[in-house]
Design a protein around this ligand. Sequence first.
Ligand code: PT1
Length: 283
Amino acid sequence: MMQCGRFQLDLSRPLVMGILNVTPDSFSDGGRFRALDDALAQAERLMRDGADLLDIGGESTRPNAAYVSPQEEMDRVLPVLERLQGAPVPLSLDTRRSEVMRAGLTLGVDLINDVSALEDDGALALMRDSRAGICLMHKQGNPDSMQQRPHYQDVVAEVGDYLRRRVALCLDAGIARERLLADPGFGFGKTLEHNLALLAALPAVAERAGVPLLVGLSRKSMLGAITGEAVAEQRLGASVAAALEAARRGAAIIRVHDVKETRQALQVLAALQQSSLEQDSQK
Ligand code: PT1
């Protein structure tokens, strides 16, 4: 079981985290009110499709993303969090800024999903004094330049050991291990080769980190590189396949855009695993 704010999550089966981006693409027309309405409609849809958690983010951290001020980030996400308060599923806030975390925690978010693993000043102390879950992610470099020259001697060992050190820092601060998740950070300062090595060796990463893993592979450029599909929205098949392979390798939570399709794939996997368990017990 994982402690996640208002919830205790059973991680014995992989859970699906639905992505809710509140970023400028969603402000194209109609300004902030329209953006809020769109975000709430998307949240409803993700929950209807069976999302086990919602991940709300106001700063894009994809490669080469533009800078967003902390104030702008808060202006985007806080109204959404306010309206989603008391939602039937855990609300995750995707942010690397401690002032945004503080505001989110005040509004009752259940999980802080931090792509910089609480490296921002004040983030660790803030999380120590809350009961929210925490996802600690690895990245090399920063989104503006991280894909320029990713380099590792041994990507699995380096990412795993970084996660283990960030987990240790949290434990030393008095944060219970049951509140922690780790994430190898697919696409964050990694070549296709690095990403594939990490996915293949996911159990070794989890063992090094010492906490359950959350993974995000949905629509990422590594899937574009594999398939030759340049349009992110057209990578559904690759995204579902990647999610399924991550689940087969023990990922606890899978962060996705396409909740319904991912759940179906995971249901097929669960049925198959159940069947082979029953066959084994008949021998
Ligand atoms: C992730 C993640 C995230 N990814 C967690 N949070 C993003 N815990 C945002 C590309 O290569 O994997 N784990 N929050 C989105 N980031 C990216 C990175 C999006 C790379 C796209 C790419 O296309």
